[in-house]
Design a protein. Structure first.
Length: 482
């Protein structure tokens, strides 16, 4: 048995037993995350009479895009802390505490102050949870274990169980009792997840507690000083209004690009990686670009699709109007149904399954097709719920071809000295795409739907075609990794 892996005798649906604990904490973290995000945008732009803050719609989408991008940008911080200072398991536990604190702030602090405090804490905490939980799942498998992709698909099922139930509960509470009750439900869900994880954290493999590339003790004061300076600088800029809210998503786009370039440069020039590892990192660059393009469309579920559902969708269910946030539970239903199917298909195909670059290419192109499917409804007075459901089904197919596969890929391509930080690179592509989803949403309007959905859909299809053409070269660079 390889060091840091779990024997096949102990299993969770045929997977290593500790996957169950990681499955559970991610389920509850996603319950709270998507439950809150399901009502966040409408909380920002609904007028005070409806319980909202009355913020301009364009500014609200920029805030949501920036927040979503910051979550994934924060994976860089979590991954660095895991690889250089504390180890992934300790960072995961501390990050989960931050997430719960953020949801509590949203629930009990009124107005913009509650939004600011809550979103900062949730972004930092969720970023730390995502980077480390994914890396720890990768540590459960030996190199070459053909259960890995299936295991990540099951882990992804936990994510989507939380994503299904979260918006249903918070949306219902928001509609019937008010926004702060919805935020409180998210806080309670995270508390449950934190408790269950605390009881099972000792059963994780020893490698989950290791610090892969320890930071020398003499450099720690400098690092802490820089971190404190950054926090103070951001706080001053925010309080003085020098960071305009309607430009937040664009700022996060720029930060994501700079962070990604810096990370690739640091890893590729490191003396701690060999030539095979360096070629594998190079192979990831085109897939990073495709992933960012995919997420810039997919994450519009929380910007454009939310506005679309609020203003264009027929949500009448037998005389009762369905909450806006319930639309965001449609995709998780499909994920729950199909993730097991995809896991079974990849397991059955084994080494005959399509390579990862081909899966990425297909996922990117199919996401483009999903955007083109909005075109038949352009100009319609009211969009049927069944029509949007069909479009979100195509979203799901694209997601299952790229997202869990991307998580798995980063753990396979990761150099030994950068295993958690390589996962953060994948999440940087999500950060870039999510922030772009907020920026792009500023160009959406009902009278420009043909141009908006048509242009973005075609761009994604072209990018998928380019990646497909590059796939033979990328497979050679990946050095035996599929």
């Amino acid at each position: 048995m390889a060091q840091g892996t779990i024997s096949r005798e102990r299993s969770f649906f045929g997977q290593p037993a500790p996957l169950a604990n990681l499955f559970g904490v991610e389920l509850w973290e996603r319950f709270s995350f998507y439950g809150m995000q399901g009502i966040l945008l409408i909380y920002l732009y609904y007028e005070a009479a409806r319980g909202g803050l009355g913020i301009d719609e364009g500014t609200a989408t920029s805030i949501v895009g920036a927040y979503g991008g910051s979550v994934y940008l924060a994976t860089v911080i979590g991954a660095w802390l895991a690889d250089r200072m504390f180890g992934p398991e300790r960072v995961l536990f501390g990050s989960a505490i931050l997430v719960m604190a953020g949801h509590v702030a949203l629930a009990v602090i009124p107005g913009v102050a509650g939004v600011a405090a809550g979103l900062v804490l949730v972004a930092l905490g969720s970023g730390g949870v995502k980077a480390t939980a994914t890396a720890i799942v990768g540590l459960l498998y030996a190199e070459g274990d053909d259960r890995r992709d299936a295991g990540f698909s099951i882990f992804y099922l936990g994510i989507n169980l939380g994503a299904l139930v979260g918006p249903l509960l918070t949306g219902l509470l928001q509609q019937e009792a008010g926004f702060h009750w919805g935020f409180a439900a998210a806080a309670v869900g995270m508390a449950i997840g934190l408790t269950q994880y605390a009881f099972g954290r000792r059963r994780l493999p020893a490698s989950a507690h290791e610090v892969a590339n320890p930071l020398p003790a003499g450099r720690r004061p400098l690092v802490f000083g820089i971190a404190a300076l950054v926090v103070v600088l951001v706080a001053v800029l925010a309080l003085t209004g020098l960071i305009p809210a309607d430009r937040l998503s664009a700022i996060v786009v720029v930060l994501s690009i700079l962070a990604a370039v810096a990370y690739f440069a640091v890893i590729l020039t490191s003396h701690r990686i060999d030539d095979v590892e360096r070629r594998r990192v190079l192979a990831f660059i085109p897939m990073f670009v495709a992933s960012a393009a995919f997420w810039s469309l997919y994450q519009q579920q929380f910007t454009v699709v939310t506005i679309y559902s609020d203003k264009r969708l027929d949500r009448d269910l037998g005389g009762w109007e369905m909450p806006v946030s319930w639309v965001q539970s449609i995709n998780p239903v499909f994920i729950i149904v199909l993730s097991g199917v995809f896991a079974a298909v990849w397991t059955r195909l084994g080494d005959r399954q399509p390579s990862t670059p081909v899966k990425f290419a297909a996922g990117t192109a199919i996401m483009g097709v999903a955007f083109l499917l909005f075109l038949p409804f352009a100009g319609a007075a009211s969009v049927p719920l069944l029509g949007l459901t069909g479009i979100l089904f195509v979203f799901t197919i694209a997601e299952l071809l790229l997202s869990p596969v991307g998580l798995s890929l980063t753990t396979k391509l990761a150099p030994q000295a950068f295993r958690t930080q390589m996962v953060a690179l994948f999440f940087l592509s999500v950060a870039l795409g999510t922030a772009l989803s907020g920026t792009l949403a500023g160009y959406y309007s009902e009278d420009r739907e043909v141009a908006y959905f048509g242009i973005l859909g075609l761009i994604a299809i072209v990018l998928g075609g380019i990646l497909l053409a590059l796939s033979p070269l990328l497979r050679r660079l990946m050095g035996g990794v599929r």
